[in-house]
Design a protein around this ligand. Structure first.
Ligand code: ADP
Ligand code: MG
Length: 645
């Protein structure tokens, strides 16, 4: 392109210096410029023709060749050089978005330190880390794989994945992600996922795919372009036949190029989805963008979504023990032992809470393994423990198993629920032996999220939960949700989603994948929320939020709306420009070079408009937020100076 521009400049200079004598030199220089910059175009035009598509390059090549043929050398040079320049600018701008992706890709470390079975440490290449390996991570080091902390404690900066600047405390049992950095502390991490399988790997893949993502508007544009290019070729041929004005016909060809139209959607999508990914919001596939932008009803799972998902056992009520002669303490211990044994087979947050309580309680001893375990989604778990048949779950589980809680048990359960707690009944050999009460904290950001959703245009919010009405109602009220549907089995949650859809809403379901996977699948858009969520849910969801941050939900909806609006602006602008140029040419106001220039400027404007999305901010972004750690329940302060032992 520089060579062609230099040739053009030389031609101008030659003319300006007044060497009028030999027009041949001027024409020769200009023609050379056209040929130099035009050959690439021509090659691409031919490639397109082989695949039976009339590309923009074809239009420009025909126009340049025609201009040369009728002796309009400067026009021929201008057309090709300007087109080249436009391509260069386009490349340069998109390159900025791509550079951001590359920067992201280079973020993961190349080596990791792995603890060998003999206890020694060895530095290995990242590709050699296998799931199950224990990685040693010190202050200031980056994690090379996803995993679970098996030793130590650290403040970990996850901002590369979540966009959240504040470090998060990690202790034994917590999940950590590749690409995050230990600010202070020392941890050993058992790798669970490596390479492309890691959350970070998925982000990279998705951002890459965003470049090829095709939302509905764009596929429409492509279909349109398929007819449009031959259309313009036809129009220009007809003009030539009728007016016998080659110049006019060529000009039509050039200004008719749908450059801005073709770019309109891709630039917005690349910029928008890139922005989302850097903020820990993975929107999978452009197709979902339109739907996400149109969402006007949201259904939420309660446990683990609106609540922190770290319930704690707050009361243990024992009813007449199996023998009736035990002391309260031994009755409580044996109740907890039996319940915990059954919960060993469940991945429900309630199960984790029960196990934790049993581990702490006095006199429980070692917890036996359950036999003939059966999980009832939305109800609880049943199993045999040391010859006894034990049920742990809600009233629907008891009903399903033919156990009738005596009045005292029902009373206790109702009492606990009236205080917003989840009551779990434990039945042993057909009789309810105890009632456990579990409390989970409502996330402090939940109410803000619901308010932000309203501002983003969401008209209806619903809780879909398997928990009781009273508990769910209290959560709903404290958060400001429109409607509460309680005591739902997983398939009933699906029915509720269908009901909302039938009422004409575009429904998004937010869940963690535990007992709500079918509802997630039934919604127009499924949103899985980080940390507590199951891997399967994160994998299957249309939108995955990496950070455990509810406020990313309105953020995602708002951003999707902004992206779709941006695409529409670009499309409208591109159509108006092309139509006015064609009209201008036919009306004799626009000429070849000026038309070309306007055309290229419109391409540039479309790109710049798309790039605005990189800096998008939600309307109601609070000035500063301090992340809240769900387990410790304390607000984190910025990384302390000292190191964590
Ligand atoms: P949510 O919709 O709030 O996420 P779930 O559908 O996961 O709730 O569970 C609904 C109810 O089923 C719980 O409130 C509890 O009463 C009972 N339940 C489910 N799983 C278990 C379990 N592992 N242990 C005890 N109770 C359970
Ligand atoms: Mg749940």
């Amino acid at each position: 392109m520089t060579a062609a521009a230099a040739l053009m400049a030389a031609a101008w200079l030659y003319q300006a210096l007044g060497y009028q004598g030999s027009h041949l030199v001027y024409a020769g220089l200009m023609a050379a410029a056209a040929l130099v910059s035009g050959q690439v175009l021509a090659r691409r035009a031919v490639e397109g023709l082989r695949m039976r598509v009339a590309t923009i390059e074809l239009l420009v090549s025909v126009a340049a060749a025609g201009a040369l043929a009728i002796g309009e050398y400067w026009e021929a040079a201008a057309v090709t050089v300007l087109f080249d320049l436009g391509g260069y600018l386009e490349w340069k701008t998109l390159e900025r978005a791509r550079a951001a992706i590359r920067e992201l890709a280079e973020w993961v470390p190349r080596t990791a330190r792995v603890r060998r079975p003999d206890g020694s440490e060895a530095a290995v290449r990242v590709e050699e880390v296998r799931p199950g390996d224990v990685m040693v991570v010190r202050s200031g080091e980056k994690l090379a794989a996803d995993g679970v902390v098996v030793r130590g404690e650290a403040e970990v900066d996850e901002s590369a994945l979540t966009g959240e600047p504040m470090p998060v405390s990690k202790a034994i049992g917590d999940r950590v992600m590749a690409g995050s950095v230990t600010v202070v502390g020392f941890i050993e991490v058992r790798a669970t996922r490596v390479g492309e399988e890691t959350t970070f790997g998925r982000i990279l893949q998705l951002v890459g795919e965003a470049q090829e993502a095709r939302p509905r508007v764009q596929t429409a544009v492509e279909r349109f372009a398929r007819y449009y290019t031959p259309g313009i070729l036809g129009l220009s041929a007809a003009t030539l036949l009728i007016t016998r004005d080659t110049r006019l016909a060529l000009t039509l060809l050039v200004v008719g190029c749908p450059g801005a139209l073709v770019l309109a959607a891709p630039v917005s999508i690349v910029a928008g989805l890139g922005h989302a990914a850097r903020n820990g919001i993975l929107i999978k596939g452009g197709r979902r963008l339109d739907t996400l932008a149109a969402v006007d009803a949201l259904a939420f799972d309660k446990t683990g979504t609106l609540t922190a998902g770290r319930p704690e056992v707050v009361a243990v009520h024992t009813l007449a023990g199996p023998t009736g002669t035990e002391s309260d303490e031994t009755a409580e211990a044996s109740l907890l032992r039996l319940a915990a044994a059954v919960e060993k087979g469940s991945e429900h947050p309630l199960a984790a809470a029960l196990l934790e309580r049993a581990a702490r309680a006095r006199g429980v001893g070692s917890i036996p393994d359950p036999q003939r375990l059966r999980v009832y989604p939305g109800r609880g778990v049943a199993a045999h423990v040391g010859g006894q048949r034990v049920l742990v779950g809600n009233r629907r589980l008891m009903e399903a198993e033919g156990v009738h809680p005596e009045p005292r048990a029902a009373e206790l359960a109702a009492l606990e629920e009236s205080q917003g707690r989840t009551a779990v009944l434990v039945a042993v050999d057909g009789r309810v032996a105890g009632v456990l009460a579990l409390a989970d904290r409502v996330r402090e950001s939940a109410a803000r999220m619901i308010e932000a959703l309203r501002q983003a245009g969401v008209r209806r919010t619903v809780i879909l939960t398997g928990d009781g009405e009273l508990t769910a109602g209290m959560v709903g009220r404290s958060v400001g949700i429109d409607e509460v549907r309680a005591r739902l089995l997983p398939e009933e949650k699906v029915r509720e989603i269908a009901r909302l859809k039938a009422q004409g809403y575009t429904v998004a379901m937010v869940g963690d994948g535990i007992n709500d996977a079918p509802a997630l699948a039934a919604a127009d858009v499924s949103i899985a929320i980080g940390a507590g969520g199951t891997d399967a849910a994160m994998e299957a969801a249309d939108v995955a939020l990496i950070a455990d941050d509810l406020e990313k939900i309105p953020y995602a909806v708002g951003l999707a709306k902004a992206i779709v609006a941006n695409i529409r602006q670009n499309l409208a602008f591109a159509v108006v420009v092309v139509l006015s140029l064609v009209a201008g040419v036919l009306g004799g106001v626009v000429h070849l070079a000026s038309g070309m220039l306007v055309h290229e400027l419109s391409v540039l404007l479309v790109i710049l408009n798309g790039m605005r999305l990189l800096r998008w901010r939600p309307a109601s972004q609070p000035a500063s937020r301090r992340p809240f750690h769900p387990r410790s329940g304390r607000t984190l302060s910025p990384a302390p100076g000292g190191s964590v032992p």
